[in-house]
Design a protein around this ligand. Structure first.
Ligand code: NAP
Length: 343
């Protein structure tokens, strides 16, 4: 029997998938089997070897993300693996190619059909686990710092949520661009690990600093504030950083990990006084609107990776059946760098 992709079937013996059938916390996910399906025009079928775990996966199973797939669905927006089958109208791929894909969801299953335009070959030196955690975070952070903030060598970047996925990628990329990085996070232990893995010299604990965050940033920057502020957390920290941005500064709105229900608001007089800009970043939309530019960004990122200039760190690895625990590790703020599910 052929089923619609993602439809569970008691008699199916094919593809293991970690499915979400109702909104909730990671314990709603259950390992089931679904049928494989052939790719249609413009699509690839791939064997998933690793699936990166990202904050949007949590929002998606809670029903709080902008994309709401039909039930049942597997979480997992980015994957790495091999091409199994190629649909009509697809060129540039061969069965067996090692690729990354960004399907948006559905990554926590052994096979997935992905639009070919959302896939890229990966460098020979890049293992599947690293490839699976690279696209979304490094893609987002590069787009944010280079395309949106136009970060220049020698400028100071304050990265909030620096131990997290997009935060650690921003630290890695900003250092590669020659910026001075102040890495801010909520735990001394995680910041110490971040400093060790990425060679960061200046760190700041925003949970201990409380309302002192802005004063500390100012004192670390001779009273001027940071030139670029990378904010994937929102919440109270956002109100603080609005007040410690340099003249001509850029504040990048990346996400709201601290509180996705109460979005922070900005008093516009603060932007006026600093001649500063509040800049939205939406990497997924960028890849749709400007695919060629996104492709060029990956060419640059992959070439830095191959030259040993970037070093994504993975602190947690889980098998597919423990994919829910992978999401819980993110919710519990245990991860430093990235978390990956291996299949
Ligand atoms: N704009 C885009 O295109 C784009 C792309 C990808 C992701 N995002 C967004 O960026 C945000 C971060 O994503 P991510 O994948 O990097 O997540 P992540 O790996 O879980 O990192 C988030 C970081 O936020 C900090 N944090 C502060 N308060 C938190 C809380 N209440 N719960 C959990 N973490 C908290 C944590 O660091 P401490 O424990 O050190 O505070 C954590 O390391 C999400 O909102 C996501 O939707 C946006």
């Amino acid at each position: 029997m052929t089923l619609k992709w993602g439809t569970p079937d008691d008699s199916a013996t094919g593809v293991k998938a970690l499915l979400c059938r109702e909104y909730g916390e990671p314990d709603v996910l259950a390992l089931e089997e679904i049928d494989s399906r052939s790719p249609g025009p413009g699509e690839l079928r791939m064997r998933v070897r690793a699936c990166g775990v990202n904050f949007p996966d949590i929002l998606m199973i809670r029903g709080q993300y902008q994309i709401k797939p039909d039930f049942p669905f597997a979480p997992g927006c980015e994957v790495a693996g091999e091409v199994l089958e190629i649909g009509s109208d697809v060129s540039g791929f061969t069965a067996g190619d090692r690729i990354v894909g960004v399907p948006g969801f559905g990554g926590m299953q052994e096979e997935i059909v992905v639009r070919a335009e959302r896939c890229l070959p990966i460098p020979k030196s890049m293992d599947f686990d690293v490839a699976a955690v690279f696209s979304l975070t490094y893609g987002t952070s590069y787009h944010a710092l280079v395309d949106r903030a136009r970060l220049r060598c020698g400028e100071t970047v304050l990265v909030l949520g620096a131990a997290g996925g997009v935060g650690s990628a921003a630290v890695d990329i900003a250092q590669q661009l020659g910026a001075r990085v102040i890495a801010a996070g909520g735990s001394d232990q995680k910041l110490a690990q971040l400093a060790k893995f990425y060679g960061v010299e200046e760190t700041l604990n925003y949970s201990l600093e409380g309302s002192e965050l802005r004063n500390r940033v100012k004192s670390m920057t001779q009273g001027r504030g940071a030139d670029v502020i990378f904010d994937p957390i929102g919440g109270d920290a956002f109100q603080q950083v609005l007040r410690c941005v340099n003249w001509n500064g850029r504040i990048l709105v990346i996400g709201f990990a601290a509180d996705s229900e109460h979005l922070p608001k900005a008093p516009t007089n603060l932007l006026l006084l600093k001649g500063s800009a509040l800049i939205g970043v939406f990497w997924g939309r960028f890849t749709e609107e400007e695919p060629e530019r996104s492709y060029d960004n990956f060419k640059q990122l992959f070439s830095w990776y191959e030259a040993g200039e970037l070093e994504p760190h993975i602190s947690h690895r889980f098998p597919l059946e423990r994919g829910g625990a992978a999401l819980t590790a993110l919710i519990d703020r245990e991860v430093v760098g990235k978390c990956v599910v291996l299949l």
